[in-house]
Design a protein around this ligand. Structure first.
Ligand code: S3P
Length: 428
């Protein structure tokens, strides 16, 4: 475990930041490139541990993935397409890689062993395995989590399925299996989740139809190779967004970030809390991209409920931090999914922020936060990332508001999604 001294309380923050590529979109670009008939090019790929796990898995499956320059890769599946791996596929810490790959690999003529790190072993996979088994996926022994062994399987059937949890990973796994099935697959999502898979598939030559909240996935599709440029990760930009709003006398420009409306719930919720966050769009087709200007704002407490959650799911730790500085009570409910992320984020956020003097109460499915509370520690204090990249980075932003010396234990976890985070922090 690496310990990192966090910066002390700041009186202002000024600067411009361009964050690395989007993690969700980077995973999908490697996977769709691996499924395509021909060579694809991916620019501004996120070079972080989770995406390395994806590249490693698809290399083991026989795909050639070569880096060209700093963050461009060329993805070339073999003529015979994916081949049997000679070692277990190691998904590391990456839930997205594992869940989506269960869809990609649901129909393969060879046996597959799947493993991952201690955190990934604890995460629920039944939500993907159950519908995929209805389509014909064949686990060797019944499984609801890692390790998973898949038997060879040559046929998949289309199903009609309503997602019981709002999860883009489950939806995407079913889409990727559905493209290989022998009838149409219909997926209904009661609450919209991030739609990167649907948007990127259009670039790879397959367009899904939508009837209200139901997606129609055409059967027996082959993907054409494509050129993809990955936008900056909104979830990484979110750390600076919240820092800019909370640190006094700040002005930050965040350029070229992905502003897909299924991801930007944090901006909408900060607006509901009273903030003014000007956005300038550059690209509106494919993945929307734009610049965001952030200045210090005063906030008031709000109620965040189930329908708000999917568009802010990964930014909820930051929203809790913002709520500690808002006037009044903020409640966040319908967010029980946070309990099964890289760590139990409800417990981790509550424990660590309360150590800094915040008033956060954990609820079974969210939080109640009373603000504003000054953050301070009486003596040098070690806060913990709980092995979770987003908790570690949220605490580094909390340090900018905290009187007293903080050290982050488990700082290496930031490399999962934002390896240059501490360099960008130092630059501000
Ligand atoms: C992701 C979907 C979300 C999100 C995760 C990435 C994706 O997970 O929290 O970080 O890339 O599809 P769920 O599908 O479990 O909500």
């Amino acid at each position: 475990m690496t310990q990192q001294q966090l910066p002390s309380k700041r009186s202002h923050l000024k600067g411009m930041i361009q964050v690395p590529g989007d993690k969700s979109i980077s995973h999908r670009a490697i996977m769709l490139g691996s499924m395509a008939r021909g060579t694809s090019k991916v620019r501004h790929l996120l070079m972080a541990d989770d995406v390395q796990s994806t590249m490693q898995v698809y290399r083991q499956l026989g795909v050639t993935i070569e880096t060209s320059g700093e963050d461009t890769v060329i993805v070339s599946p073999g003529v015979a397409h994916l081949r049997a791996p000679d070692q277990p596929l190691d998904f590391g810490n990456s839930g997205t890689t594992l869940r989506l790959s269960l869809g990609v690999l649901a129909k393969q003529p060879f046996h597959i062993d799947m493993i991952g790190d201690v955190s990934l072993q604890k995460r629920p996979m039944g939500r993907v395995l159950k519908p995929l088994e209805k389509m014909g996926l064949r686990p060797v022994t019944p499984a609801t989590g890692l390790p998973i062994q898949l038997a060879p399987n040559q046929t998949l059937h289309g199903i009609t399925y309503t997602l019981p949890v709002a999860s883009a990973q489950v939806k995407s796994a079913l889409i990727l299996a559905g493209l290989q099935a022998d009838q149409m697959t219909r997926i209904t999502e009661p609450i919209a989740t991030r739609d990167h898979t649907e948007r990127m598939l259009t670039t790879f030559g397959v367009t899904l139809k939508r009837q209200d909240s139901t997606l129609l996935v055409p059967a027996a599709q082959s993907l054409s190779p494509a050129d993809v440029t990955v936008p900056g990760d909104f979830s990484s930009a979110a750390f600076w967004l919240v820092a800019g709003v909370l640190v006094p006398d700040s002005q930050l420009a965040l350029s070229e970030i992905g502003l897909n409306p299924t991801r930007t719930g944090l901006i909408q919720l900060l607006k509901r809390m009273g903030a003014d966050i000007p956005v300038q769009m550059h690209q509106t087709s494919g993945e929307p991209i734009g610049d965001v200007l952030v200045q210090t704002q005063s906030l008031r407490g709000i109620d965040v409920t189930k329908n708000d959650i999917p568009a802010v799911i990964d930014e909820l730790p930051l929203l809790v931090l913002a709520a500690t500085q808002a006037e009044g009570v903020t409640t966040i409910t319908g967010a029980e999914e946070l309990r099964v992320k890289e760590t139990d984020r409800i417990d981790a956020v509550t424990t660590e922020l309360n150590r800094l003097g915040a008033q956060v109460t954990a609820l079974p499915d969210g939080f109640s936060i009373t603000g504003p509370t000054p953050l301070h520690v009486a003596e040098p204090t070690v806060v913990r990332s709980h092995g979770d990249h987003r908790i570690g980075m949220m605490l580094a932003i909390a340090a900018l508001l905290t009187d007293g010396a903080l050290t982050l234990d488990g700082a290496e976890s930031v490399a999962i999604s934002y390896p240059t985070f501490f360099n960008d922090l130092a630059q501000l």
